[in-house]
Design a protein around this ligand. Sequence first.
Ligand code: FEO
Length: 169
Amino acid sequence: MKLSPAVATALNVQMNYEFESAHVYLAMAAYASELGLDGFVNFFQVQYQEEVAHAQKFFQYINDRNGRVEIQGFTTPQKEFSSILEAFEVALHHEEGVSSRIHEIVKQAHAETDYFTVSFLEWFIKEQVEEESNFHNLISKIKLLQDGAGLYLLDQELQTRTFKPIPAE
Ligand code: FEO
């Protein structure tokens, strides 16, 4: 069963948006670096790697379904923030947008009875729960620890985050 043109387009749009997300977080890593918060730099660098892995997952799936991958450009990410807290609030908002986009594609795939795509997107639905929860929890921590010493400790903690490749299915 070949991908319908509409679902192929939706998957391509999302693949490109995952690459765009990677750059959103790389810009945040650069901002954290300017603040001298190396743990936050590490956190955002890992997030960048995760987003590239998400994009690659779409890339592979579109190919597996004999669709045509179309790489596009994207908008320049925000690079200035009033604080590290604001960067995380922007990140959470971004992830909520990603979740909505994924849900829309699931709806579309259901409408077209494309259950291959519905099944493929289940991984992303679960992943988005984790993405939103991660940022939500970190926003709460940053609010609690906004003084210099607290932020320093959180910075140390984030230094330990590592990228875990997505296991092959
Ligand atoms: Fe790929 Fe953070 O969503």
